[in-house]
Design a protein around this ligand. Structure first.
Ligand code: ADP
Length: 255
């Protein structure tokens, strides 16, 4: 018998409302992300992107409506989701290596406390190799560049072989040259994992992602056919978004 959950979209959000202390942040939001898709979420600061990610991760409960991930309530799907937070500034002296950081991603799999197993270590090295950071496994995390640190955080998210990878503004700490390599990496990962990524860098995004969700209290989904150079010229967002430190308009006003 086929498991119906296996046939459902990676992310399925229907008529969802969310508020903080009575203040509505997400209003009647519906969004479907297919398995294997590479979707970016854009929108103004305070538009609700992080809140939506937290709902997908099962960290926040909606007031109304439904969110399902891999056909399950997000909390149940959590072990099958990899999460890469925004770059956190780390104390340079913090005595923890890249390998230690990736091993933390194995905590889900561990039963109780105790040493990491051989398999944990094998998988952690494998994940570091996957993001081309194998040579840096013994390097202190504080000694790495922003881009390298971000790759280590991706390895930490990938080490438990997730089916969905969620990234919150991953490219903000990466220089322009590093960004192209970073997208190549995400593209390679996308062969085995659905990707949902918050990003402000629309110009770079449109070459790499398959779909874009505009989040500003409500959500507007743009499929692959809509993400073209033409769209970038013609379309405007209802509220300006900040890219490269400069506010500019990228998507058509939503009616
Ligand atoms: P974005 O990620 O798009 O910048 P957020 O989801 O972080 O947006 O925030 C959406 C709105 O919710 C903002 O107005 C923000 O101030 C508010 N908000 C976020 N987190 C909290 C919280 N823990 N308590 C109250 N309000 C919050």
């Amino acid at each position: 018998m086929t498991d119906r959950a296996e046939e459902e979209p990676a992310i399925d959000i229907r008529r969802l409302w969310f508020s903080y202390n009575g203040q509505v942040v997400l209003k009647d939001v519906s969004l479907q992300v297919a398995r294997g898709e590479f979707m970016a979420m854009i929108g103004p600061n305070g538009g609700g992107k992080t809140t939506l990610l937290k709902i997908m991760l099962g960290l926040l409960e909606p007031d109304r409506g439904e969110a399902r991930v891999l056909g399950l309530p997000p909390k149940k799907a959590a072990p099958r989701i990899g999460y890469v937070p925004q770059d956190v500034h780390i104390n340079k002296e913090f005595p923890i290596t890249a390998l230690d950081v990736v091993l933390m991603g194995r905590l889900w799999k561990k039963k109780g406390w105790g040493r990491y197993s051989k398999e944990d270590r094998f998988k952690a090295h494998q994940a570091l190799d996957q993001v081309q950071m194998g040579a840096f496994c013994s390097r202190r995390i504080g000694e790495l560049s922003g881009g390298q640190r971000q790759r280590v955080l991706i390895a930490r998210a990938m080490v438990s072989s997730p089916e969905v990878l969620i990234l919150d503004e991953p490219i903000s700490s990466i220089d322009t040259r590093g960004q192209a390599e970073f997208y190549d990496l995400l593209k390679a990962l996308n062969e085995s994992v659905t990707i949902v990524m918050v990003s402000h860098d629309m110009m770079a995004l449109h070459q790499h992602v398959e779909s874009v969700a505009c989040v500003n209290r409500d959500v507007h989904y743009h499929g692959a056919a809509e993400i073209t150079d033409e769209m970038l010229d013609m379309y405007e967002c209802p509220v300006e978004i900040v890219a490269h430190g400069v506010p500019h308009r990228v998507l058509k006003s939503h009616k």
